[in-house]
Every structure is written in C-alpha cells, then in structure tokens.
Design a binder for this molecule. Structure first.
Ligand code: NAP
Length: 230
C-alpha cells in the first residue's frame, strides 16, 4: 500500500514523463511536489496538473533541491545528459533513508545520436549510475522506462506493464505500489537493479517502433503466475 500523505518529489518533473506521472498520481490522491531548475516553471507545471486533476489535487512546485528536501520518496525524470550533474547538486538535499526511483534512459540522443539507440553507461545503466551518486543508505529503484509519456498525459486507461528493478526489496515493493496506482498498469518485480539495463534497451526499441508504426508502444509480460502482477 502506498501512503497518499507521503509526498512524492518528482525531480525534473516539468517534462512529459514527470508531468504524466504527476497527473496520474495526483488523480489517484497522492501528494506531489514537482521539481524544476526554475521554481516558477515548477509552480506553473503544478498549476497545470491541478487544473487537469481537480482542485482537490495535492500538487505543488518548487526548485529541485527544495522539492527534494520535502520528501523521502523521489522520482527522477531528467534526460540522461542532466542526470549525473543534477544528482551531484541534490546530494546534500537528499534525506537519509530516501528511495529514489529512476526513470532515466541513456538514449544516444544525449550525444546527438538516435533516440532509438542507447549509450553504453560504464555502470551498466542510468539507474546504476544514479546509485553510485546518491548518498549511502539511499535506495534506488528503476521503473517507468517503458511507459509512454504521451499516454500518461492523456485520460485513457493505460495498457502497459511496469517492470521494477532494485536491490532493495522494500524500495521495489513501494515502487510497484505506486506504479499500480496508474489505471491499467500492472507492476512486476524485475529483480536486481542491474536488470535496469534491459529496461532502457526496451525503451529504445519502443521509440523505434513508435517511429516506424506511428504509435505509442508499451509492453505486457505474459505467462507469469497471477501473484507476479500487482
Ligand atoms: N518521454 C517519455 O515518453 C519517457 C518515457 C519513459 C522514460 N523517459 C525518460 O524519462 C526522462 C525524462 O523524459 P522527458 O521526456 O520528460 O524529458 P525532457 O522533457 O527532456 O526533460 C524533463 C525535464 O528535465 C529537466 N531538464 C532538462 N535538461 C536538464 C539538464 N541538463 N539538467 C537538469 N534538468 C534538466 C527539464 O526541466 P526544467 O527545465 O524545468 O528544470 C525538463 O522539463 C528521460 O530520461 C527519458 O528518457 C521518458
């Protein structure tokens, strides 16, 4: 179970991925703090979500470090090229014992390449890079890589599974609970954080499929016992 009064800070939350998650969670009654490099932009984004989710929605916006300091449940939705620098900047603001959910995909677009290709990350994946950069005692979970932001920002029920990878079973469980708050999403325990590498590769494939077929592809995992799906 997720605790809806426990704020979720979405860092880099003004882009399509962060806004889409914020919208769905705000509609589900979660408390959201949107982060941005610019406090005004975050406030505007929060206003936008409130307009769509309803006035009772609990959404605020502030600069990334301030947003980070309000919560121990953090979601990172920035492009790969900004991930390391932002985490270094946020390090002093990250509370001990926090959980960081990383959705970053190391797309080759970060260095002028194709969005349908990924970059090699020395640590294995963006999430493993994040784990190296957060303070000791902070758990990292990788999730939401394969959800279309375009669909998240719409009103329809999604048709997609979210695979969650983490070395901390509690962080994984909490992330899966949050994923399952999004209508149409089933959450699946994807094992260790090192498996995030595969999640990022799938995103690149989905982007390629979207370009080829002009759609908003997602994934469904079949054949597991029902208790594997949340
Ligand atoms: N879009 C999707 O469908 C999707 C789906 C799954 C996963 N993802 C992954 O989720 C992440 C975010 O995706 P997105 O499409 O929302 O990305 P985005 O629009 O390019 O960026 C999201 C936000 O990050 C901030 N940002 C941009 N460059 C930054 C930098 N160099 N340093 C710090 N902050 C920076 C910006 O916020 P401010 O200017 O307000 O600070 C921006 O609004 C990416 O890693 C992406 O691969 C995306």
């Amino acid at each position: 179970m997720s605790d809806a009064s426990r704020p979720i800070a979405i860092l880099g939350g003004t882009g399509p991925a962060g806004m889409g998650l914020a919208l769905r969670w705000a509609r589900a009654g979660e408390t959201i703090v949107l982060g941005s490099r610019d406090a005004h932009r975050a406030e505007q984004a929060a206003k936008n979500i409130k307009t769509r989710a309803g006035n009772q929605a609990r959404v605020s916006g502030m600069e990334n470090s301030a947003a980070c300091a309000t919560a121990d449940l953090l979601v990172l939705t920035v492009p790969f090229e900004g991930q390391a620098a932002l985490l270094k900047q946020l390090k002093p603001a990250i509370r001990p014992g926090s959980i960081l959910i990383d959705a970053t995909v190391a797309l080759a677009a970060a260095v002028g390449g194709r969005a349908s290709r990924t970059l090699g990350v020395w640590q294995g994946s963006s999430a493993q890079q994040a784990e190296e950069l957060v303070p000791k005692g902070v758990s990292v979970a990788a999730a939401f890589h394969n959800l279309s932001a375009e669909l998240l920002n719409g009103d329809e029920t999604l048709d997609c599974d979210v695979i969650v990878c983490s070395d901390d079973p509690q962080a994984s469980q909490l992330t899966r609970a949050l994923a399952a708050r999004i209508p149409g999403v089933r959450a699946i325990d994807g094992g260790k954080l090192e498996n995030a590498r595969a999640l990022e590769q799938i995103t690149a494939l989905l982007i390629g499929l979207n370009i080829r077929h002009k759609g908003h592809a997602g994934i469904r995992i079949t054949g597991l016992p029902s208790e594997a799906y949340r």
